[in-house]
Design a protein around this ligand. Sequence first.
Ligand SMILES: NC(=O)c1ccc[n+]([C@@H]2O[C@H](COP(=O)([O-])OP(=O)(O)OC[C@H]3O[C@@H](n4cnc5c(N)ncnc54)[C@H](OP(=O)(O)O)[C@@H]3O)[C@@H](O)[C@H]2O)c1
Length: 304
Amino acid sequence: MKRTVAVTGGTGFIGKHIIDNLLSRGLNVRALTRSSRNDPRSNITWIRGELEDLESLARFVDGANFVVHCAGQVRGRSEDIFAQCNVAGSLRVMQAAKESGSCERFLFMSSLAARYPELSWYANSKYIAEQHLVDMASGISLGIFRPTAVYGPGDKELKPLFSWLLRGILLRFSSIETRLSLLHVSDLAEAVSQWLTTEQPHTHPYELCDGAPNGYDWNRIQEIGASIRNSSVQLVGVPLPLLKLIANVSTLASYLIGKEPMLTRSKIRELTHPDWSASNKFLSKHINWSPKIDLEYALRNGLF
Ligand SMILES: NC(=O)c1ccc[n+]([C@@H]2O[C@H](COP(=O)([O-])OP(=O)(O)OC[C@H]3O[C@@H](n4cnc5c(N)ncnc54)[C@H](OP(=O)(O)O)[C@@H]3O)[C@@H](O)[C@H]2O)c1
């Protein structure tokens, strides 16, 4: 019998790729949306609702065998904005999944940031959500994915950095020794589907990255850009006081335009952390998944 996957966040960057991957495998998808959708594809049903509304979440998970909870708050000017969505919202999705009586597996899209909850409101909200979900999950297999920075078609956050790199300028916003890791969104979507369909899922916070040994440093990214351009790339350091000033201005502007800011003082602590290298060791071992796209391949082939 065809299995049904309920996906939150399917209107966002990562969730869209997850849905495409699930549909390509012939699974049925129920997708939560806050706005009306007209989707001509078969096997997908969009359910109007939101994380704040338990009734809509009950309709959303109705009959689903698996839940992928990918909706999340990635930008915000206060701690409460992250806590409301990423903690309280996630617990409501789990509650609905449990009450449905049909959910066997629940995959929570956390973040590598949860490794250091002290760094930012976002990191802390993901970490706390993970803890509560583990406590609540009895009877449901819970998977926790901690992807590093994700990029690919539809991404708006890293795209400017890569576009500038290919024009010959790399903006460095953390120390030269920083270890970064990256993950292409199609590899993440593939990992989600594989975790859902693996025979015996493990409850484990899994880190995910593109497998570059020890991640990238700024010089390596500069080298990749130069080799693709066949010309040099200027590495331009953005001083911390300037980053802080931009964060202050964008936080202030967010009040005026009514949109949540990405760059805040809280986010800077996360961005400038010196070690964001990650390892696929546990996930690869448990679900036989390995990433296929590294940064050089993605940039050479316009996959961003
Ligand atoms: N992008 C990354 O580099 C990265 C790395 C690690 C982890 N993650 C995690 O991956 C997930 C998806 O990230 P993304 O980059 O795809 O973000 P995104 O493009 O901003 O998408 C966020 C999604 O969550 C939905 N959402 C937010 N609040 C909601 C609410 N209250 N009720 C219902 N839906 C809500 C949004 O719906 P609307 O379309 O209606 O706004 C959208 O579909 C997040 O949980 C994020 O923390 C992302």
